[in-house]
Design a protein around this ligand. Sequence first.
Ligand SMILES: [Cu+2]
Length: 343
Amino acid sequence: MNIPSNILTLVAGILLTAVSLWYGQNHGLLPVQASEQAAQVDGLFNMMMTIATGLFIIVQGCLIFVAIKYRRRAGDNGDGSPNNGNIPLEIFWTAIPAAIVLMISIYSFEVYSQMGGLDPMASMGHKTPSQVLAQNGESTSEMSMSGMVAMDNHRGSIALGLGATPANENKPPAVLVKVLGLQYAWTFTYAGTDVVSGELHLPVGEDAQLDIAAQDVLHAFWLPEFRIKQDAIPGRETELRFTPNRLGEYPVICAELCGAYHGVMVTKLYVETPEQYQSWLDAQQVAQAAEPKTPQQVAVDVSKLSSNQYLQPYAQELGITPEMLQHMDHHQHHDQYSEQHNS
Ligand SMILES: [Cu+2]
């Protein structure tokens, strides 16, 4: 039986598309989605995964096919005939990637602007240049527009980061938390209260804004389950605005190498029902009314912990007993002692 090659190509193309689509949508590579914005980011990722799977199969498939079909046979010691200069083919394989790249860039800009990323002035709480000047008793008419923007920029009023989604653009956020990154902890100050905590709590389904600052060096505030990440920059405020939509406990991670203990600069985000959130906040307020704290007092300085204290939380996870840790501390001291004596 002789099947025409264009039919075979068609069948292979259909199979390839089906396999790419299936894998691109069902790869299980991403953590759970815990924010409204997460589904949009994943849509983009899944599309790129679908395209990449197809390309991977085509390239690897051709390699394997050619390696088998044109393998060296017994008694064959010559090269194949030279083959170069196929202009239509070169146009074809340049045009297809160009179209794919263009499509992905348009789609990714769309997702970014849906998340408020293309309009950093969109969110509330940021003054326009003229408001800043009016507040300082200066006349706006005396200054050029570029001068005002530069001045405003200097004051950090133009926030970098993902602002409000277009739907929330003109509304103030339901919850505002000031985030401070410092070596080596995240601290959270809840606007409108005196509460300062090392944990982030947010009510589910409500539009939240985080104003992010750094005390010492660059840090990056990363919430993998929410698909958002933002630099924390000394001297300049950045922001994130998003809506958590799934109850639970999620890691908050520092994603910028910030020093020796960068790896332990982690805490948790608790997404709770509005009632749970309010009662947590009330309890914190009562506790802190007696003993107010600054973010610096709340932050635990991990660099001052002994290796025993430092490893304790990980030891539990790994099933290492406290005795083994003690033993390790002992060995460490012993090694240092013998090193000193040998030198
Ligand atoms: Cu850090």
